[in-house]
Design a protein around this ligand. Sequence first.
Ligand SMILES: *Cc1c(COP(=O)(O)O)cnc(C)c1O
Length: 411
Amino acid sequence: MNRFENFTTAFVQQIGKKEGPVSPVMINSASFGYGDSETGEGIFEGSVKKPLYARVGNPTSGQLEQILASMDGGIGAVAAASGMGATAMATLSLLKSGDHIISIGGLFGGTYSYFTETLSRFGISTSFFDVDELEAIEGAIRDATKIIFLESVGNPNMRLPDIKAIAEIAGTHGVVLIVDNTITPLSIAPLALGADIVVYSTTKIITGNASSLGGAVVFRPICEGDDKFKGERYGDVHPFIKKMGPMALIANAKKRALRDFGMSANGFGSYLTLLGLETLPLRMDRVVSSVEKVANALYEAGFVINHPSLSTHPHHERYRTQFGKGCGTLLTIDMGSKERAFEFLNRSALVTITANIGDSRTLGLHMASTIYRDFDESTREFLGITPGLIRISIGLENPDDIINDFITARG
Ligand SMILES: *Cc1c(COP(=O)(O)O)cnc(C)c1O
């Protein structure tokens, strides 16, 4: 049984060509000749669909954008230079000074500092909630609330949100829901669950082999009838809706973020990402089954493991019912102290010690001494960062080899 079977055909067929070069054509030019001035005028006006300048679009990235949009059932996507570039694009294209963000769940460190240290300097505030604080989340929505931001899996706290329930709250109050689906591409389809925008770091499992930093934002179409973007809250988007109809969010992201901040993907990076994407369904399938196997075996061997596939996890039921295709490559191990965690990582023959996740290889990192080293005690506690916490991203190795290596490394 291959639970990712639906996408295997689509991806290899969309990425390879039947005629000419089979591998995706990598175009890395920064600029594109228009041929004649009339065409140049048409390109800038939007009536001629040809490349303008690489900051606002690249043909190789365009192929990646189309496939990612189809993967999530979006109307389009915009590739970015990194996952943080994607988050910045999705948020900055909607926010202005005085606005408010509701951020839900254990948050990727970079996103957390982007909200607390950077957006705060521009007069944008963020309130943080646990995934299960639904009443408090609803109560925190005010006129200035522009975005509810959610990660599909808490990294590294491994808590799972009820995405549908949160999307319903966002829908009731006409607030945009952005889901960071970096950890669960294909497993979770946020737009189908009611989200409006999906962000990815393609650096992780989409590329899958550390060959390229990248990101992407996928947008849903604007609805013909009622739509939250037509409400007063999103007045700045209205001119784009008038001009572009269902495609408004793409134009809005390009003009309000990509053009002016330049977090653009490059052709070579997108080429490498396409090569990775081609095998994503196979790798996801492999890793999702390996993660469960490793989590269970290590738990049985007496490790302190955090993974929702274990019946002791508070979101085990949600994992079974709403995350039927898994929750990505991560699990965490609490070794009790920094010393024990360092010993374990240094003794492991198999783990690559690095800040990345979603790689072909199994990766590991001690959390408190690295990504979360600058965070104060109470923030670490909120994010679930204990002194001995190690985050593991399971790779494509034989799961039995991983289990044996971990048990040996524990000593
Ligand atoms: C890595 C990561 C990001 C940031 O992506 P970069 O490509 O490193 O900029 C954002 N969200 C999540 C969940 C991530 O794991």
